[in-house]
Ligand binder design. Structure first.
Ligand SMILES: [Zn+2]
Length: 458
């Protein structure tokens, strides 16, 4: 008889609703075969792990990752990025479409899928792009099983930006096919005007990059996106919400009688890092949206605790240290790595009592799985689900250093931040792929995940 792959006992199992003592057995097929009661003796398996009463979570999902592969392997490739994910407690990544070729058509989709199947240590989904030029290709991408389609209202070149008309076409299409549309909002005309003025003043400092992307511009974009979601009853993800005003608009839209099926993403850097770090990290801290004030960070944490935020994702966007070292903000690329620090950044909020441990399971596992078509397979510890499991030490307290950044980016503005609650073991479909921040050493075993039929009813 084939042997069970994994038995973890003496754990505290965390779901989006509760914590309970017990254990998990993953069968020979890589799926969860049994959930044991507290005190039950361990069963035979290839790996038997005594959890020492630490927390056992369903594998964490990062629904916003720029893997840079194919096209920009000097910044990151699937191997290096997915290594950072595995060591960081993430078992599924969802990869954004701005690769080369971009995932605007099936050709780009196939190239990205091939890159992942060749070298990913964790399971992955792909996200397709929405641009004014690819109206015809979107149906093909949906049928190929993208997690979502993704569009931008600002901060991209002319040909890729969605104006009001293009936004409405995309939102209507999303409603018709039952998919999910992720939108980075912003306000393009305000952004362009601000940049023109700042440049005319000779400003090149990193504060000016943030000034060009004001909270007002974010709020205006969010209003536009919520109105479109409401009009077509389309499921929209508001990506990277970063301001107190933005969270308030989302909160009000969710509470309104004229409900809009919107979902809100927050990033770990907007939860923890405020704009004072720009003076210390310069280009390394340059990101879109920019780091905000401390009161915006506090508002983001409150929005997590009260359910306004549906999930946290890293917006992992690595660049080389050379690219980040420039002194002129207009020539330094925006984006920071996040796969290494996503899980401890969210766990730390629970360790400090600002959110609960079940909130961590909801924000990093259950909701992204359900929203992007993986319910039943990922995101929860239940019989028949994939044996993706992460053991987390809720008391492990560490200050982030350069050696924690396994991404090819090599540096992060989280350096120097002390976080409590770190992943110590990651298992993918019953096989341990990383322990104590190191890869277990097996060949990359990640597989492509196709989005299932929509299962989410908001
Ligand atoms: Zn992004």
């Amino acid at each position: 008889m084939a042997k069970n792959l994994l038995c973890i006992h003496n754990a505290r199992l965390v779901s989006g609703r509760e914590m309970r003592h017990g254990g998990v057995v993953v069968g020979p097929d890589g799926r969860i075969a049994d959930i044991a009661e507290a005190g039950a003796p361990p069963v035979a398996a290839e790996s038997v792990i005594d959890a020492g009463n630490r927390l056992l979570f369903p594998g964490f999902i990062d629904a916003h990752v720029h893997m840079r592969d194919p096209g920009f392997p000097h910044k990151e490739d699937f191997e290096s990025g997915s290594r950072a994910a595995a060591c960081g407690g993430i078992t599924t990544v969802m990869c954004m479409p701005n690769t080369d070729p971009p995932v605007t058509s099936i050709d780009g989709f196939d190239a990205a899928r091939e890159a992942g199947e060749l070298s990913s240590h964790v399971d992955f989904m792909l996200q397709g792009a929405v641009t004014p030029a690819n109206r015809q290709e979107r149906q093909d991408l949906e049928e190929a099983g993208v997690a979502s389609l993704e569009g931008l209202m600002s901060d991209v070149p002319d040909g890729d930006c969605l104006d009001r008309t293009e936004l409405h076409v995309a939102v209507e299409g999303t409603a018709a096919c039952g998919g999910v549309l992720g939108i980075y909002t912003g306000d393009r005309s305000r952004l362009e005007t601000a940049i023109t003025i700042l440049r005319a003043l000779g400003r090149t400092d990193f504060r000016s990059f943030a000034e060009a992307r004001s909270p007002k511009a974010e709020e205006r974009g969010i209003r536009t996106a919520i109105a479109a979601s409401r009009k077509y009853k389309a499921r929209i993800v508001l990506r990277q919400v970063s301001t107190a005003g933005g969270f308030e608009l989302a909160r009000a839209a969710k509470a309104s009688k004229r409900k809009a099926p919107i979902f809100v993403e927050a990033t770990p850097h907007h939860l923890h890092l405020d704009d004072s770090l720009v003076e210390r990290f310069h280009g390394l801290a340059q990101v879109i949206p920019p780091l905000r004030s401390r009161s915006d960070c506090d508002a983001a944490v409150r929005a997590l605790a009260d359910g306004t935020v549906d999930f946290v994702a890293s917006d992992h966007a690595p660049h080389t240290q050379d690219e980040k070292a420039g002194a002129d903000c207009w020539s330094v690329p925006a984006g920071i790595p996040g796969l290494d620090t996503l899980v401890p950044a969210v766990a730390d909020l629970a360790a400090r009592g600002l959110i609960s441990w079940p909130d961590v399971a909801r924000l990093l596992s259950e909701t992204p799985a359900a929203l992007f078509g993986l319910a039943g397979r990922k995101g929860s510890i239940q019989r028949g689900a994939d044996g993706d499991l992460v053991l987390l030490d809720p008391e492990l307290r560490r200050t982030v250093s350069r050696t924690d950044i396994r991404s090819r980016a090599g540096r992060s503005p989280f350096e120097g931040t002390t976080l409590t609650g770190w992943p110590v073991m990651t298992a993918l479909r019953g096989r341990v792929i990383a322990s104590d921040g190191k890869l277990a050493g097996g060949p990359p075993a990640g597989i492509f995940l196709k989005r299932a039929e929509p299962s989410w009813r908001s």
